[in-house]
Design a protein around this ligand. Structure first.
Ligand SMILES: Cc1cc2nc3c(=O)[nH]c(=O)nc-3n(C[C@H](O)[C@H](O)[C@H](O)COP(=O)(O)O)c2cc1C
Length: 191
């Protein structure tokens, strides 16, 4: 597996003083731009705020309290927005398209030495109003971007969760062949 996949994670303790260089931000958005999409319809759009500007403030305002508690340490806040219709009608799979673009963006962030943490916990209606979004623009995800903070800065109430081992389903639970539920790669018995 490519090391980028292992290195990507969603920490909640970023370095509040770190900046995201413009070249890194541009590379991340370019990575998103090159994502595949249904019929090359390219539904992904991003609102990008840097700490201290009004875009950042507005995105921050839409975040749930739980997310505000840690995301204020992010140097950059983004809002991933999907375009849902074009001249031919509703775009098929627009949400899937935004997700593919956003995973590209996140992995590019990791390659830039940054972390990027996606958040569903935000108020999409508030975002619609604060940014005067057109009807066809649907806010889907917020993203906190920055540098990983110092371990000593992890807030006490998050420490256990942040330092717990990350878990995933075994391969035998997610990839089947022949019949539904029959693993393509059965778990190896321990040696
Ligand atoms: C669509 C989506 C929405 C998420 N929403 C939140 C959120 O609102 N707040 C949060 O702290 N983490 C959020 N996460 C992060 C997930 O909790 C995290 O990706 C998951 O636990 C796996 O951990 P990892 O990213 O460190 O591998 C979200 C992730 C995704 C992909």
């Amino acid at each position: 597996m490519h090391p980028l996949f292992e290195q990507r994670w969603s920490p909640r303790w970023l370095d509040a003083d770190a900046e995201v260089p413009d070249e890194s931000l541009r590379a991340m958005l370019d990575a998103a731009r090159w994502a595949p999409s249904y019929g090359n319809t390219q539904p992904a759009r991003y609102l990008v705020g840097r700490k201290g500007d009004s875009t950042y403030e507005r995105i921050f305002e839409t975040l749930s309290r739980r997310n505000q508690n840690w995301a204020h340490t992010a140097a950059v806040l983004m809002l991933g927005v999907a375009i849902t219709v074009n001249a031919k009608g509703e775009l098929p799979l627009y949400e899937y398209g935004l997700a593919l673009a956003t995973e590209n963006l996140v992995l590019q962030a990791v390659d830039e030495g940054l972390v990027a943490h996606q958040m569903g916990g935000f108020n999409a209606e508030a975002a619609r109003i604060l940014f005067e979004l057109p009807l066809e623009a649907k806010p889907i995800v917020a993203i906190a971007v920055g540098k990983l903070g110092d371990r000593n800065t992890i807030p006490d109430d998050l420490r256990d969760r942040e330092l717990a081992p990350r878990k995933r389903l075994p391969l035998s639970d997610i990839a089947f062949t022949g019949e539904w539920g029959t693993p393509v790669f059965p778990e190896q018995p321990p040696a």
